[in-house]
Design a protein. Structure first.
Length: 408
């Protein structure tokens, strides 16, 4: 009933037929006097959706006039639509008021009729008739209004759930992109940093013999092949479904390979392992391997030899410490501090702690480390402070790795 004009015209036409057929209480007046009240209520039908309060006002005026000259069945029937429209499309408070007012009028109508006619049976008859005319349209409108409001609430809730799902999807995509960026950086930086440093050294020296140049080129080729192999491995993991296979897992126990690669690139590295190496959770193993790889890369790019690596296996955790002398000149390669961010993220993802900064303690390599001490993270290029003589840069990571009890 979005277009009310045809319905108003139809109601008026049918009402005229009812009046012509004598569907009214005879009062000894001309039947034409019943037409104006009908016209008022039908005018209310015209504005039932756009102006429900005006529709109720026109209907009330029409029914009041009709009671004086009639009443007629046609006007009463159209007035029920005026009540229905006001309760459904009008303000919520008006709907509640209409329910109370129509209920009171139905009861009062029956009581007055019974008192005037002095017959208790009339009370029931008039009350039921008045309830059908007045209360039923309002009640029906309230039920439909409640269903409409509930549908709107559910629609809003569904939109909110869809919005939250979209936010979760975007967050998952962002987290995955961050993880991929971290993996790519950690994979490629070590190999390509060694290649860049070795090629720079070869180009800057004109007194190198053929054997030395060949050795440098072999190391460059080896790093290139390993970098491409790791890149292909990662691409394969991204394309496959399911978890990462155990066979391709990187382990902290393979630290000797990382140290040897740094030595081939020209960095003097000392490695010390305290405790008994053991199998670690896959996530901890990978985090420790990548953190050590990045720490050695930073030492190669920004520090001076020697670099000192210490891996301590303890009952509840594994401590990884990398020290290198602070370079007093310009860094060999530019940095963006992405390595420090990646190391910190990897430690946090497995519930570990991370610290990086100038090692101002008096302890030497091999002495007991205070793993609770949080070193300040420096913000210079590449994560290494420049211009500090005879100081060390330290990366210290503690990763949770409780010993699993063997079942007898």
């Amino acid at each position: 009933m979005k277009s009310a004009a045809p319905w108003a015209a139809l109601a008026f036409a049918l009402g005229l037929l009812l009046i012509w057929g004598g569907a009214s209480v005879p009062r000894g007046v001309s039947a034409w006097l019943l037409v104006p009240p009908l016209a008022l209520t039908c005018a209310g039908v015209l504005v039932r959706r756009s102006h429900p309060i005006a529709s109720l006002a026109l209907g009330t005026a029409g029914i009041g006039l009709d009671i004086v000259v009639g009443p007629s069945l046609a006007t009463v029937l159209v007035f029920t639509d005026n009540l229905y429209a006001a309760a459904l499309y009008g303000p919520a408070r008006l709907s509640r008021w209409l329910l109370g007012i129509t209920s009171v009028l139905a009861v009062l109508g029956g009581a007055v009729g019974g008192f005037v006619l002095k017959d208790l049976r009339v009370v029931a008859v008039i009350s039921i008739q008045a309830g059908l005319v007045l209360v039923t349209p309002v009640t029906t409108a309230l039920v439909l209004r409640q269903q409409r409001d509930q549908a709107e609430t559910e629609r809003a809730r569904a939109e909110q759930v869809a919005h939250l799902a979209e936010l979760d999807r975007q967050a998952a995509i962002s987290a995955e992109r961050t993880r991929m960026a971290r993996e790519l950086h950690d994979m490629i930086a070590n190999h390509f940093s060694a290649i860049a440093i070795q090629s720079t050294a070869a180009l800057s020296r004109e007194d190198l013999d053929a054997a030395t140049i060949r050795k440098i080129m072999e190391s460059v080729r080896e790093n290139s092949l390993k970098g491409m192999a790791e890149m292909r491995s990662m691409i394969g993991l991204l394309r496959q479904e399911g978890e990462e296979p155990e066979a391709t897992r990187l382990r902290l126990a393979d630290a000797e390979g990382l140290v040897e690669r740094s030595r081939q690139a020209g960095m003097e590295v000392e490695l010390r392992v305290d405790g008994v190496p053991r199998d670690l959770p896959a996530s901890v193993d990978l985090a420790g391997y990548r953190i050590l790889q990045e720490a050695l890369t930073n030492a190669l790019k920004h520090g001076d030899p020697p670099a000192k690596v210490r891996i301590a296996y303890q009952p509840e955790h594994v401590t990884l410490t990398v020290d290198n002398a602070v370079s007093d000149g310009q860094a060999r390669l530019p940095g963006s501090e992405a390595g420090l961010v990646g190391m910190e993220e990897r430690a946090a993802l497995v519930g570990g702690t991370f610290g990086a900064g100038l090692n101002t303690a008096s302890e030497t390599f091999g002495a007991g480390l205070n793993t609770q001490r949080k070193m300040s993270r420096h913000t210079e290029v590449g994560g290494s402070p420049m211009g500090h003589d005879h100081q060390e840069w330290r990366v210290e990571v503690t990763l949770p790795a409780p010993v699993e009890e063997e079942v007898a």
